[in-house]
Design a protein around this ligand. Structure first.
Ligand SMILES: [Zn+2]
Length: 315
């Protein structure tokens, strides 16, 4: 599948989207780290089509990737793109947002997204420039114009299709947002769930475990809208879209796999700390029993241990 031909051809390319449920389209990301080869397309991004309007969910790593997604939308429907939902701050999800400015959409994110983007703006843009070169041209950060407060929800009406957005306390990051499509029972969790690829802790491991417990026990938290009165109406979750990895109907298992990894990390680090050990001892010894279960383990596991050590050191 030749997704990427050459830089000159980028304007013309469109995303290789797949319809994962009626009206829900996903462009699967490569299970790799950013590189010029994959042109930054490493996250699952996509869009949902109602009878009157379209919502984009995440925009990719660059203006060009956003344009490719926009082209795929235009090949699917001429309905207006009125919402661009950014599930969290990470560059592989957020940096293609400028491609949709021409549509004048509401850019929607977690209440803490703006601050998080502002803090990382220069680092993210510089890094993308370094890795992607000319492909990063035109890439800029776009800040949300509408936000969802932590622990609350927002409903979007796409026409004969309601989307329920929910903002979580600190987990994968401090600005994670999920999208639930009532019509098909699709819960787009983005990076609150990694499948096959090593989960990245950039918020709070303990917070993430709590959020996963909540989702696992009561997926309704992602669906009940404050705006519709929090009626308690709860559809079923038929499939989950992770931020990285294949869409799954076996989502309880996927959550359990991720929990197992995070539990190993937490338990191992606590043991090191209780013996007065150092971060480097933890990096050397903790969590390696999970290595065969995850892609990109060597690239991300050490960073996770370092971050979680700081979190658990003072608990
Ligand atoms: Zn992320």
């Amino acid at each position: 599948m030749a997704l990427f031909v050459c830089v000159d051809g980028l304007q013309a390319r469109s995303a290789a989207v797949m319809e994962i449920a009626p009206g829900i389209f996903m462009w699967p990301g490569h299970q790799e780290e950013f590189s010029s080869h994959n042109q930054g397309h490493i996250a699952n991004i996509g869009f949902i089509v109602g009878s009157e309007r379209v919502a984009v969910i995440d925009t990719g790593s660059s203006y060009q990737e956003g344009l490719a997604l926009r082209k795929a939308i235009r090949e699917t429907t001429q309905l207006p793109i009125e919402f661009v939902i950014i599930t969290h701050m990470h560059p592989d999800h957020s940096l293609g947002a400028a491609a949709f400015k021409q549509d004048k959409p509401a850019y929607i994110g977690h209440a803490q997204l703006s601050d998080a983007l502002a803090r990382r703006q220069s680092v993210y843009l510089k890094r993308m420039q370094e890795i992607l070169g000319a492909v990063a041209e035109g890439t800029e950060m776009v800040f949300p114009t509408q936000t969802v407060a932590v622990d609350s929800s927002l409903t979007l009406d796409l026409g004969a299709r309601m989307l329920h957005l929910h903002a979580y306390p600190t987990a994968h990051t401090n600005n994670d947002l999920s999208v639930y499509d009532q019509k098909t029972g699709t819960l787009w969790l983005s990076d609150l769930l990694f499948i096959e690829r090593t989960p990245v802790v950039d918020g709070s491991l303990l917070g993430w475990l709590k959020v996963m417990d909540e989702i696992s026990r009561q997926p309704c938290i992602a669906m009940v809208s404050a705006e519709t009165g929090g009626s308690g109406q709860c559809g079923e979750v038929r499939r989950i879209v992770p931020g990285h990895g294949p869409v799954t109907t076996q989502w309880q298992k996927a959550l359990a796999d991720q929990r197992r990894y995070l539990d190993f990390v937490a338990a191992g680090i606590r043991k090191v700390i209780s013996k007065g050990g150092s971060i480097s001892q933890a990096v050397e010894n903790v969590g390696w029993e999970e290595r065969e279960n995850w892609l990109l383990f060597d690239e991300f596991h050490g960073r996770n241990v370092t971050a979680v050590f700081a979190e658990l050191e003072w608990e």
